[in-house]
Design a protein around this ligand. Structure first.
Ligand SMILES: [Cu+2]
Length: 634
């Protein structure tokens, strides 16, 4: 395990528990908040690009901590920034009508209140359930549907599942037809709807090994051994490997955040100033009253950092592993640690390049190896693994691994789902999407970059295309924010290129990185719908904005119960110029999940993501100096 240092030596050092304690104490001592204030989030107030660039080793660091607090049970958030150096509050902003990510405290309050509710208990009894402790209650953020119950309150909508035994898979037995709306901040049940009894499904949905014996045999041990240790080095949160360097942090909402990603090539050449998953949303496609409102923003309503797992060696990660802990603040102002929240290791990745010279029979082949920085979040029924890969040839990849248990609905006898798939005899999983938005704070060989769209098209027939085979590349600069709202187009091999126009390579062309999209949808919900407004970032795959440090999260800072229109939709409406400035690229990607029987009862990993690849960033293959792996390659 790697410990973070006791005092910040670098502006981007990970937050430590003592800093959280100091920040909370400064806020409390100011007497601007009551004793019962709740701390939704305490984070490093990240220094600007300029502050980081200007920092010299040994310089004093004025750490500023941002505290997002709830003064009371109403819908109102205060953000305070404190300076640890001066011990003072340096910024105080009230956000009336905004809600933070669903508090753990609020969730517990909602569960306890609902379990005590006579209407809900009556609904359970109608289904033959009398032991209410056997009901799993899942509170969800509610969205915004203009319901008067939602106004001015922090609301959770609750679904119920039956577990005869504590080890049961609750999602196998949804208590269908019952939906409760709870004022989670006040622990007050506002409404219990019962749309009629549907029998509990028959399949137990167990994924536990003891229920699947005999377990298969034949897989012999596979050990990853690095007898001399891994090839990366970790100094605090500064990670270096081969020519790569970066700082690794865990943020409560975005989870993994990588800063200062650069490549040593004689000098340190930056690629990204900051990279993270800024938001994600899971809109469900079922229009019915029980499931039609479901659409979880798993960053802004839950928090991929807050929900991060403690990873375990040999299970989540295999080989020579280094872990980093996440240090967060509890809702009552006490710091806590998620141990082993970040896994760092190396993976063999097949061949990097090869040529067999048929004239001489000499073969040259090099192994590809990648550095992996990952974390896994459990958000209710789903698991999301976030993997950043760094390759020897300058490629960066982000991959999301989707697994866990699908959100389910019980079927009436003979009912076939219209907006979902039957995955067990009387159980369906609705169609839904998982849509992520990566925020890529670009710094390709320096701060000022330009964005281009690149695609291919057939050349017109004519004298210079006599066989009709010609096709040409179209490269167009994206001049402004509205022009930079773009979608994937695999037929034209469309991708996007981020260029530093002031730096040229040895061939005289400007250095660049390209964003290579994967197969990905955009949001299927209608743009004018509630979710279409609230998750506007998912209407397009690419967005580019001029760098603005406060523009951090694709759906805005407070998507929970938000009416919509915030984030990328609001910022890009100004159609700011993207020329001659520092840029942020936002890439929305994901999957449309058509549930399969094979995804039940637990879903084998599905993958999605993107690559960032050097394009003329180097003058040639930068791995010609890579030695053959002599120990294996004879
Ligand atoms: Cu899914």
């Amino acid at each position: 395990m790697v410990a973070v240092g006791p005092t910040a030596a670098h502006p981007l050092d990970a937050l430590v528990a003592d800093e959280i304690r100091s920040a909370v104490a400064i806020l409390r001592d100011s007497e601007r908040v009551g004793d019962d204030v709740l701390f939704a989030m305490v984070t490093l107030d990240e220094p600007s690009r300029d502050t980081v660039a200007g920092h010299k080793s040994g310089d004093p660091v004025d750490r500023r901590i941002r505290l997002t607090v709830l003064p009371g049970p109403e819908a109102s958030v205060v953000e305070a920034v404190v300076s640890l150096a001066s011990g003072e509050i340096v910024q105080w902003t009230t956000h009336p009508g905004m809600r933070p990510a669903l508090l753990f405290d609020d969730s517990y309050r909602a569960i306890l209140a609902l379990r005590d509710s006579p209407e809900w208990q009556e609904a359970m009894r109608r289904r033959g359930i009398t032991d209410f402790e056997k009901v799993q209650i899942d509170p969800w953020p509610t969205g915004n549907f203009g319901d008067p119950l939602e106004e001015g309150r922090r609301i959770a909508r609750c679904l119920s599942y039956y577990r005869a035994e504590p080890s049961d898979n609750g999602y196998a037995r949804p208590v269908e037809g019952v939906l409760a709306t709870v004022d989670a901040a006040r622990g007050e049940v506002l409404e219990v709807r019962d749309l009629g009894v549907v029998p509990l499904p028959s399949d137990s949905g167990s994924y536990l090994p003891e229920d699947h014996e005999p377990l298969r045999a034949g897989l012999l041990p596979l050990e990853i051994v690095q007898p001399e240790g891994p090839s990366f080095a970790l100094d605090g949160n500064l990670l270096t490997w081969q020519h790569w360097t970066m700082r690794v942090a865990m943020e409560p909402l975005e989870g993994l955040v990588l800063h200062g990603i650069g490549y040593h090539d004689g000098t340190l050449r930056t690629v990204l100033h900051r990279a993270s998953i800024s938001e994600m949303v899971v809109p469900y496609g079922d229009p019915g009253p029980i499931h039609g409102w479901k659409n979880a923003f798993d960053v802004g309503e839950w928090g991929l950092g807050r929900m991060a797992n403690s990873l375990s060696l040999g299970c989540d990660c295999l080989g020579e592993i280094a872990y980093l802990d996440a240090v967060f603040c509890g809702e009552h102002g006490t710091p806590y640690v998620i141990e082993n929240a970040v896994c760092i290791h190396e993976e063999d990745y097949g061949i990097l390049w090869k040529h067999n010279d048929l004239h001489t029979s000499r073969t040259e082949v090099r192994r590809s190896r990648r550095l992996v920085v990952s974390s896994i979040a459990t958000v209710g029924n789903y698991e999301y693994g976030f993997y950043w890969y760094f390759y020897l040839d300058g490629t960066i990849q982000h991959e999301v691994k989707l697994t866990g248990i699908m959100s389910t609905q019980a079927l009436r006898p003979g009912e076939e789902p219209r907006y979902g798939t039957r995955v067990a005899p009387d159980l369906a999983a609705p169609f839904h999407q998982h849509l992520f938005c990566a925020r890529l704070d670009l710094a390709v060989d320096g701060p000022v970059n330009e964005a281009y769209e690149v695609g291919f098209e057939p050349a017109p027939p004519g004298e210079d295309n006599q066989w009709g085979n010609a096709f040409r590349q179209r490269v167009e600069r994206l001049e402004s924010e509205l022009a930079a709202q773009r979608d994937v187009d695999p037929a034209s091999s469309r991708h996007w290129r981020f260029v530093n126009p002031t730096v040229t390579n040895g061939l005289g062309t400007p250095v660049a990185y390209k964003l290579l999209p994967g197969a990905t949808p955009t949001m299927l919900a209608r743009p004018e719908s509630s979710i279409g407004q609230r998750a506007g970032f998912a209407r397009h795959n690419l967005w580019v904005t001029p760098y603005a440090p406060e523009e951090r999260r694709a759906a805005g800072d407070y998507p929970n119960q938000h009416v919509g229109g915030d984030g990328l939709l609001r910022w890009t409406a100004a159609d700011r110029s993207l020329v001659g400035t520092e840029l942020v690229a936002w890439y929305s990607f994901g999957v449309t999940h058509s549930p399969r029987p094979e995804d039940w009862p637990v879903m084998p990993v599905e993958y999605c993501g993107f690559h960032l690849m050097p394009v003329g960033f180097f003058d040639r293959n930068p791995t010609l100096d890579l030695p053959p792996s002599a120990e294996h390659c004879r």
